[in-house]
Ligand binder design. Structure first.
Ligand code: SF4
Ligand code: SF4
Length: 188
């Protein structure tokens, strides 16, 4: 079993933990490990660490392990954990903040494909104000190098007229573009 020097870890990660608390408005130190968040999480089966364990890891200063985890990218932001937490911790908000921080630190280890999905999805919203499905599929396949992914679903959908080859912009695209550019700027 790997030994962890918690005092050392906490010392090294204190700046990150302070920033996490400031940006999310949540204090993982409040968690008393009741596991109600984990019990209600609908995607816990696909995570490498359940949400309650992420909280415990943050308390122990295991920042690298949290940022490299698959969990923060698997979280669907459904907020079930937040509604169940007896300590009123907004775990969904914490997960979201962790994702943003991991993104800025370019920590995608196990979640490389999810980063590609997030980028292509957001670019589609920024360019068209809505999801352009064919563009998303192409961008995802090119970005992940998995060129034939989902062609077995996409092709029949296209043949039945369920997918449009060309993108359609929503009304008020200028406002969306302005909002998108502004969000990008403050996120940098
Ligand atoms: S917000 Fe994320 S961590 Fe919380 S229950 Fe939903 S999927 Fe699980
Ligand atoms: S529900 Fe709240 S207190 Fe309980 S383990 Fe999860 S974060 Fe901690």
């Amino acid at each position: 079993m790997r030994e962890i020097n918690v005092t050392q870890k906490l010392e090294k990660s204190k700046d990150f933990l302070r920033k996490l608390q400031e940006e999310s408005g949540q204090d993982p130190g409040q968690c008393f490990q009741c596991m109600k968040c984990t019990g209600g999480c609908p995607v816990q089966f696909a995570m490498d660490y359940p949400p309650s364990q992420i909280m415990r890891m943050l308390q122990d200063g295991l920042v690298d392990e949290v940022l490299n985890s698959f969990t923060i990218w698997t979280c669907a932001t459904c907020s079930t954990c937040t509604a169940r937490c007896p300590r009123d911790i907004d775990i969904a908000q914490l997960m979201d903040t962790l994702r943003v921080m991991a993104f800025h630190k370019r920590r995608f280890n196990k979640a490389k494909n999810m980063r590609v999905f997030h980028t292509v999805f957001m670019d589609s919203i920024g360019s068209h104000g809505r999801l352009y499905e064919v563009g998303l599929a192409l961008g995802l396949n090119l970005g992940t190098g998995n060129l034939l992914q989902d062609t077995d679903i996409g092709l029949p959908m296209f043949m039945k007229g369920k997918l449009s080859l060309l993108p359609h912009n929503i009304k008020g695209m200028n406002e969306i573009k302005r909002l998108y550019d502004y969000a990008k700027k403050i996120g940098e």
